[in-house]
Design a protein around this ligand. Sequence first.
Ligand SMILES: [Zn+2]
Ligand SMILES: [Zn+2]
Length: 345
Amino acid sequence: MKAAVFRGPGELEVGEIETPKIGPDEVLVEVGANTVCGTDVRILSGQKSRGIGRNVVLGHELAGHVAEVGRNVRGYELGAPVALAPALACLHCYYCRRGMENVCLNKKIVGNALDGGLAEYVRVPAQAVAAGNLFVTRGDLPSEYLALAEPLSCCINGQENYRVHLDDVVLIMGAGPIGLFHLQLAVLSGARTVIVSDPTEARRTMAEDFGARVTVDPESEDLLEVVAEHTDGLGVDVAVICIGLPALVNDAFGMTRKGGRVNLFAGFAGEAWAEIQANLIHYNELVVTGASDSRRSDYETALGLIESGRVEVERIVTHRFALEDAVEAIETSAAGEGIKVAVIP
Ligand SMILES: [Zn+2]
Ligand SMILES: [Zn+2]
């Protein structure tokens, strides 16, 4: 089969490899689409190396159809549309026992440690089948839309950490695919006003289409002033940082009201240090949270929101590439062109 294999930083080799053989407790999925993530960009550039196997097939946002079912496996019909929650938690470590499988100590991710979706086929390991990571989808939406359940599931986990209450004013910094998902979730959760800041006009326009009441170009407008204007000078209830720029952390603290919540959703490159005005947390009683990965339940929720159309994904996928052009697909994603890039094997 054709696959895009990570040979090391800067080296993604698209070529023929052996089609995976499955064991009696495994499922083989014919990949319908794999969407490209900022993490793939960071892996390929060498910025992210923890948990990444050499010679691994990249791609962790994938959906497709069942191609083969191991003889001990029940519940999967040949040809059924499926989507895979790629984070395999051990289900027995300290965190898994406490419902925090997203930060499992022994987590393995399909497309990082195990062969992923930038291929014609992907083997779903017995551990994933047993844990229910492979979801049969209700309808048969195009795979590139179902694949977005992965990034959306991470946003759902993040939102559980920062919570949006009815009538909240929410600030979202960055309107890439992740920011646009947080925006849609905030609207669904009853936010009164969502303010989205992004320097790219096309992204701001899309944010408006998805329900942002206010959009701001932080390079030409004073975001602090806009926030003050829409919050009677108090600051927002919630600020979500969706761009991995350390300087935004302090900015977000300064624009959040007393008792408000700030979520550092984006990953920051390497050992990112941010200088913060500590008293903003102290006197303003800010609640600062992070977000890492997602649980199977978040993934299931994400699939439900996509399938019912309550989270719109059609306009999120702006580029489609063939598997042969996987390198170009990742470069396009790295360049920030469009919103989300899909690879269709
Ligand atoms: Zn991802
Ligand atoms: Zn665990």
